[in-house]
Write a protein that binds this ligand. Sequence first.
Ligand SMILES: C[S@@+](CC[C@H](N)C(=O)[O-])C[C@H]1O[C@@H](n2cnc3c(N)ncnc32)[C@H](O)[C@@H]1O
Length: 436
Amino acid sequence: MKFIDLFAGLGGFHLALESLGHKCVFASEIDDELRGLYVKNFPDSKDYVVGNIKDNHRLVPSHDILCAGFPCQPFSKSGFQGGHLDTRGTLFHEIVVILQKHKPTYVLLENVGNFEQHDGGRTWAVARRKLQRLGYTVVATEHVKSGGRGLISPHHLGFPHSRERFYAVCRRGPLSADVLPSPDRQRVTDLNPYLQANAGLAPSDLLETKLSQQQVACINHWNDLLRALPPGAEFPSFPLWSDEFEATYAYVKTTPYRARKDKLLRWTRGLGGKREMTRQEMINLLPSYAREEESRFPLWKVRFIMQNRAWYRDYRASIPPRWLTTTRSFPSSLRKIEWNCKGEKRDLWEHVLQFRPSGLRTKRMYSIPALVALTTTQIPIRDFDYKAFQTLTDFQLIARLRFMPLATQSMSMLPEQLHPDCLATKCQPRSRQTWK
Ligand SMILES: C[S@@+](CC[C@H](N)C(=O)[O-])C[C@H]1O[C@@H](n2cnc3c(N)ncnc32)[C@H](O)[C@@H]1O
């Protein structure tokens, strides 16, 4: 069948449908760099890929399947009034216009996980009714609380990436309610078989993925603490904030911002606080999250601080005093850790690590974690070859996985639906050249 790839990105839909024997006849991607990569991935597309879909409707040829990972925008508040469904002014409306003209048999849509809840559920409700009025039967991954069967993540289907997404499959005419794959939500996937060893990487890849000395030191430092704990003990499930270990400032009913100078001096003495300092200078010695100009901390922060101080009291005797001194030499985000490896080996290098603004996150080798914001500070790492350290961006890590045959260029270009059912089993990797 012939398909079109709207809002094409890097071509996740293209990859899937091509691998199933379908032929792409049109694609639109507004971002110049992404469009260039699309052509690199699918050389034939140079003859049909266009930019802004709003300016290129007339070029859309007849097709059987319309694919769109469209940007999500709320519809007009008058969306439901008088039975008039107003999708105008949104990018979804571009899809509607094409459907009205070409009447393809199938429509495949993809969006962020909470799309169906967007604008109180109105956005998807308007879009779904519009599709139904155009003659389509719609089956989508709706939330359980909306009466649906829940979202689907690649790891539910056996692909090692956790990223819940919204999908809709539509057919002009009848469509089985079982058209979406059945997710196995208890499924545990394994990243190990998909990783490439250092020996298989080009020198430029190795250079690009090398950890900084500070990152290595930080990982080793937290490892020292983990190993110093008594047998059977490990890091807690809440984020560990080492700044709280010796902290004494008040946080339950008040905050340092409200405190008098003499109290601030007492709380900051161990951190270099001196009588001749101003209030602000003393406040600046406290952890960044404790400096906020507010009279009360939010409850979640109070809870974390309380849990951290209690945890420290329990394990203080096991923690070498020099460990705390060294910790203070790290920047704030490296002084926190999230341990999501309960019961696993007490060695950070054995797990997937990400440097995040909220701390060093440790996850099991089950799947690539979903990144809410794709930034280069959030870096999954795996010490694949033991001691040949690598820093992998989410995107680089995926690029290393054997099922990633697309050309990509930066993290922001991570395609949204690379994994569902189309990869690993149905796509054979292309030559390594196209991975770069
Ligand atoms: C969520 S991403 C889709 C990802 C894609 N399905 C993939 O596999 O990589 C949405 C894409 O729509 C593109 N876009 C946004 N507005 C557009 C427009 N008016 N015309 C064409 N593309 C547009 C964005 O640049 C972005 O790459």
